[in-house]
Design a protein around this ligand. Structure first.
Ligand SMILES: Cc1cc2nc3c(=O)[nH]c(=O)nc-3n(C[C@H](O)[C@H](O)[C@H](O)COP(=O)(O)OP(=O)(O)OC[C@H]3O[C@@H](n4cnc5c(N)ncnc54)[C@H](O)[C@@H]3O)c2cc1C
Length: 555
């Protein structure tokens, strides 16, 4: 039986490896560790099994796949000081596949060392008219739909790019993984045969789930890990306590003989550990949780990419708004997708992106210095997306320019208020609390406004949400920014890795929780800084390498 919904037929409560969370990282680990037929793996997932159904599988539907759907954990931020006190939704996938289904010092983590894991994770399918021969990898399918799948605004945007050049100059051969990812280009998207590729569809295929040594228990909510403290003070942790959906008073246990691996994501990992006695000792004492290990860094220095929209009203009856509000048209397009896996629904929401690095003499760099990790790191991206972002409007057709900060320095934190695993987690993302981030947004908005003034948009763009705002007025722009910015759902670093055993990080470079035997963390929470643009790919890469580290230790 590949997927279990109750514990009745589980062969045992003890396995070689227990992995918590079947998202991006957990799916990779379950797949790779169970390749060795001599070990047994239990994968515990709080959500249901992944089923290929339209709202998860259709690329264009990812705009309506979250937040607040059944498969969302429905996290919310606290009132954000930098966003004029607004509370923002922070969706996270609660289903096999995790958030990838919802809509992503140590030389061992250097570029040369992690590149093979990127290649292991990706299979790049080049469009027929793009003469770039560097493909041929597996298993997450990446596809650059663009030149051979034109959306109505692509051609105008390419012409606008020709007019304004600079940071928006079009570069057909730019690879997002090249180290020089600048300019406007078509981004790869994880779509195969017109269908979204997720951690579940790529790593937990029916063949993988049929392995006799892999056991996936769904609807299994992990409440905490169970630490064992020896008389000499040494801590080991190889047991989890969990309950099946709706049965929180009936706690069950699963044990790992080798490693217990936490992969429930950047919000759940610190919360589970805090409930288990790891964290800031004063905080744990204040909520009546007995301290096992003082870990002041847990839940601290969280980072996310914020995003901000500029909505354009366009004279174009082919935008996604038409099928968003017109049920009959949606049914027709759905039928087309079901029969041929093609048509507008098979296209991503947006895939023509500009990544822009601010010039050295820009105000933000002059005033705040260069805060990017590398001299080529772009400071923001502007993605041109099809349709209005939000509930469908009765009238009108729209494009949305999504501007996201790629080098934010604002930091947040996460904490719990009780030992109850169902109590809300308190998540303060700290968006735009640093002036530096707002200064980059001002530059980005002015750059995008310049692109929107290009002749190419004439008679197509009828107006946009910057109309009426004096772009020279910093205060006016700040109001626009702070009243519109949201989360791009890329939160990381809540249980960060560092390479020094005495450093402040929660895990060391082999992803073992410091000074705790048997417990590893492998998910977005260990990323020590925010990667430029994507988090899904780095999480896959971290998990691929973690699986190798674990296997090589055994060998
Ligand atoms: C709506 C949305 C869209 C996104 N779009 C993109 C994108 O386009 N590009 C990109 O790069 N990144 C994107 N991301 C971010 C990306 O999906 C995440 O960075 C990535 O999935 C993180 O991987 P993870 O393994 O840490 O966590 P997840 O993939 O979230 O997986 C965690 C898993 O653990 C389970 N779990 C949690 N708590 C428990 C518990 N207590 N017990 C048992 N199981 C538990 C969850 O149900 C989930 O299945 C998006 C995220 C969201 C939410």
């Amino acid at each position: 039986m590949p997927i279990y919904e109750t514990t009745d037929s589980l062969p045992s409560s003890t396995f070689d490896f227990v992995v918590v969370g079947a998202g991006a990282a957990g799916s990779v680990l379950a797949h790779r560790l169970s390749e060795d037929t001599n070990v047994t793996v239990l994968l515990l997932e709080a959500g249901p099994a992944y089923k290929e159904q339209p709202d998860l599988a259709i690329p264009s539907f990812c705009r309506i796949a979250s937040p607040f759907t059944q498969r969302d954990w429905k996290y919310m931020s606290t009132e954000q000081k930098g966003l004029n006190g607004r509370v923002v939704p922070l969706p996270r996938g609660r289903v096999v596949g995790g958030s990838t289904a919802l809509n992503t010092g140590d030389d061992g983590w250097s570029w040369d060392k992690i590149r093979p894991y990127m290649e292991k994770n990706e299979k790049l399918i080049i469009p027929v008219d793009e003469p770039n021969p560097s493909g041929g990898r597996e298993p997450v399918e990446l596809r650059r739909i663009g030149i051979n799948y034109p959306q109505p605004y692509h051609e105008r945007l390419l012409r606008a790019s020709d007019e304004v050049k600079g940071g928006f100059a079009y570069s057909p051969s730019t690879s997002v993984n090249s180290g020089h990812p600048h300019g406007l280009t078509f981004w790869p998207t994880s779509i195969k045969n017109g269908t979204r590729s997720s951690a579940a569809s790529a790593y937990l295929t029916p063949e993988v789930l049929a392995r006799p040594n892999l056991h996936l228990l769904v609807n299994a909510h992990v409440a905490r890990v169970v630490p064992d403290v020896a008389p000499d003070g040494r801590i080991s942790c190889k047991t989890v306590e969990y309950f099946l959906e709706g049965q929180q008073n009936h706690l069950l246990r699963a044990n790992a003989q080798k490693d217990l691996i936490l992969s429930p994501g950047a919000f759940a990992t610190p919360a589970i550990l805090m409930r288990s006695g790891f964290g800031n000792k004063e905080h744990l004492a204040s909520i009546g949780i007995q301290l096992v290990k003082d870990v002041p860094a847990l839940g601290k220095r969280m980072i996310d990419h914020p995003w901000l929209g500029i909505t354009l009203t366009v004279d174009d009856k082919a935008t996604a708004d038409e099928w968003m509000r017109d049920e009959k048209l949606r049914e027709e397009l759905l039928h087309q997708w079901q029969v041929t896996k093609s048509g507008p629904l098979s296209a991503p929401v947006g895939n023509l992106f500009a990544q822009v690095r601010l010039p050295e003499d820009s105000f933000a760099i002059q005033k705040y210095g260069d805060t990017s990790s590398e001299k080529n790191t772009p400071n923001y991206f502007a993605a041109f997306c099809n349709g209005f972002f939000g509930p469908p409007r009765e009238l009108g057709n729209y494009l949305t320019v999504v501007i996201s900060l790629l080098t934010p320095i604002s930091r947040g934190s996460l904490t719990i208020t009780s030992a109850d695993p169902l109590a809300a987690t308190v998540i303060d993302c700290g968006y735009l609390t640093e002036e530096h981030d707002v200064a980059i947004y001002r530059t980005a908005i002015r750059d995008v406004a310049r692109v929107l003034r290009a002749e190419a948009w004439k008679d197509y763009v009828l107006g946009h949400t910057l109309d009426g705002i004096n772009l020279d007025d910093d205060a006016a722009l700040d109001t626009y920014i702070r009243s519109g910015a949201m989360s791009l759902y890329h939160n990381v670093a809540t249980a960060r890795m560092d390479t020094k055993s005495e450093g402040p990080g929660v895990v060391e470079s082999k992803l073992r929780v410091k000074d705790v035997d048997g417990l590893r963390i492998v998910d977005a929470s260990v990323l020590p800084f925010i990667p430029a643009a994507t988090t899904q790919a780095p999480v896959y890469v971290v998990a691929e390498r973690a699986a190798d580290l674990i296997k090589s230790r055994r060998a």
